[in-house]
Write a protein that binds this ligand. Structure first.
Ligand code: SF4
Length: 312
């Protein structure tokens, strides 16, 4: 299926997904957490898949079938594989711009050494680059790149693309328990990301069945630690925990407010007290949410935080 959804996305509002890579998955990586399974077609050569006209017609038909109030905020290339392997990606983006809807691309960033790939991505309004680790060994262990990919080239081209790109540049880091989630590793990843100067740096966890079944989510303490390290590095982090939490903050419904905010940012104890006062709520609400496993109390650098509980 070339287009799917629209699906609600915290990053992009309502997003109509575009899959420009045919099945079975073709990718330059074979990430241990990939929800599409192990990569059987490992590839780094750009190819022609669907003609831009075919993608345009499919998306047009899909958009025409939607209700007026269900129109997407973004058309998002989030492929069954690596979208930048498509040699026609730039032309497809140009064609889709006719709909007047911003275009997003979620890429693993491994092919940015190719001028053609960077030029194609520069046509999109919003791009997310995968940065799971700043350490070559960990990169090889978690992303399992194509044998001809080189770590230093990957890093250098993250910087080059960040210089060239004029749209909204974002990063995404998938944290896997005992693979890339210890404090030193996260500090190195944060230092690398800082140099790219992303608008937002998303921290995510595997929420769907991973390619390798030993892959686990980090615990809430590690996730909070990662969030605080990113924040201290001067990055704007946001968590993606598989819940549609929102950034809206205060709505007047204390349970909704706490759960929504905790899904995106850990709430510091003093901020929690302020939220309770604002909502004129009883502090026992926090105990209630802890007891029913909606949130967890964690500590980092002698400060208490509340975070959405995802391990039950
Ligand atoms: S880059 Fe994306 S599609 Fe490719 S293996 Fe990793 S998670 Fe799967």
């Amino acid at each position: 299926m070339i287009s799917f959804g629209p699906v609600p996305s915290r990053r992009l509002g309502i997003s109509l997904g575009i899959n420009n890579i045919p099945t079975p998955k073709i990718c330059s990586y074979s990430c241990i957490y990939c929800q599409v399974g192990v990569t059987k077609k490992h590839n780094i050569i750009l190819q022609q898949f669907y003609k831009p006209e075919v993608i345009f017609k499919k998306v047009k038909k899909h958009l025409d079938s939607l209700d007026k109030d269900n129109k997407p905020d973004y058309l998002t290339f989030v492929a069954n594989g690596e979208p930048t392997l498509d040699i026609n990606l730039g032309e497809s983006i140009e064609r889709l711009k006719e709909f007047g809807i911003p275009i997003a691309v979620i890429t693993n960033a491994s092919l940015l050494n190719a001028t053609e790939v960077r030029n194609n991505l520069c046509k999109a309004d919003w791009v997310s680059l995968k940065v799971d680790s700043a350490d070559e060994k960990v990169w090889r262990a978690i992303n399992r790149p194509h044998i001809l990919l080189d770590f230093n080239t990957y890093k250098e081209n993250l910087f080059l693309f960040a210089k060239e790109y004029r749209g909204s540049l974002n990063t995404e880091t998938m944290l896997v328990k005992d693979v890339n989630d210890n404090a030193l590793q996260i500090q190195d990843t944060a230092d690398l990301i800082k140099q790219i100067k992303p608008t937002t740096s998303y921290i995510s966890i595997p929420t769907r069945p991973p390619a390798l079944n030993w892959v686990n989510k980090p615990d809430e303490e590690s996730l909070n630690q990662a969030y605080q390290i990113y924040l201290n590095a001067g990055i704007n982090p946001e968590m993606i925990l598989g819940y549609e939490g929102s950034n809206m903050g205060y709505t007047g419904n204390i349970i909704k407010d706490i759960v929504n905010i905790c899904s995106v940012h850990p709430i510091r104890e003093d901020a929690m007290q302020q939220l309770l006062i604002k909502d004129k709520a009883d502090s026992r609400i926090v105990d209630y949410l802890i007891n029913n496993h909606s949130i967890r109390k964690v500590e980092y650098n002698s400060t208490v935080y509340y975070i959405r509980q995802f391990q039950k």
